[in-house]
Design a protein around this ligand. Structure first.
Ligand SMILES: Nc1nc2c(ncn2[C@@H]2O[C@H](COP(=O)(O)OP(=O)(O)OP(=O)(O)O)[C@@H](O)[C@H]2O)c(=O)[nH]1
Ligand SMILES: [Mg+2]
Length: 187
């Protein structure tokens, strides 16, 4: 393989405003939780993972940016669909977001209940989200469900690692190219 060639995985975060997308994005990027303001349009982050670049797009959840979502999602390898476990409203809006986004049929999708630390304010049960997760996929393919907390770091790495490995699996990409090397056979 050409050493200069780097494969890229595009992961996009979508969901209602205030659901916790930017906090999740920033905890993954920085390794710690910090205050976030509402996102304007989109933000990017690229991280090298093994032989790949994972490009994470943090989109704006405000209605006024909705028109751009189809453009952002068109080339997505993975979509992380976010809601806030303490806000039923953000869960109920998920279908609107998937409809607006024109998500590729073969996308890897992950359903993420953000702010898992706010258990005492919970409005969405994990059991319901897990049961309904596949319904959000454009081809009703499997949608893995996680609850995460950007504040405590709970499951943050797990979500992105799952998305990365699942995309690699779907695309038939092997992490270590040496696996393709011919075996040396001693005769
Ligand atoms: N307790 C707690 N608060 C969180 C967590 N994640 C985000 N928040 C808070 O929830 C609010 C909204 O978070 P954002 O990440 O900015 O939400 P967003 O989905 O990016 O919103 P838009 O950019 O408007 O689409 C902020 O006040 C965050 O500090 C979390 O894991 N736990
Ligand atoms: Mg944001």
């Amino acid at each position: 393989m050409d050493d200069n060639f780097q494969r890229k995985i595009k992961v996009i975060l979508i969901g209602e405003t205030f659901s916790g997308k930017t906090a999740l994005f920033k905890t993954f990027r920085d390794g710690y939780f910090s205050a976030s303001c509402t996102t304007v349009s989109v933000d990017f982050y690229s991280k090298k993972e093994g032989s790949m670049y994972m490009q994470v797009w943090d989109t704006a959840g405000q209605e006024r940016y909705a028109e751009l979502m189809s453009v952002y999602c068109a080339s997505a390898d993975a979509v992380i669909l976010c809601y806030d476990i303490s806000s039923k409203h953000t869960y109920d809006k998920l279908n609107d977001w998937t409809a607006k986004c024109d998500i590729p049929k073969n996308v890897v999708m992950v359903l993420v209940g953000c702010k898992a630390d706010l258990k005492d304010k919970r409005e969405v049960s994990a059991a319901m989200a897990e049961e309904e997760a596949n319904l959000f996929h454009p081809s009703q393919a499997q949608v893995k469900f996680f609850e995460v907390s950007a504040k405590t770091g709970y499951n943050v790495e797990t979500v992105f690692e799952y998305a990365r490995l699942q995309v690699m699996k779907e695309k038939g990409i092997v992490e270590n190219e040496k696996i393709h090397s011919p075996q040396c056979v001693l005769l």
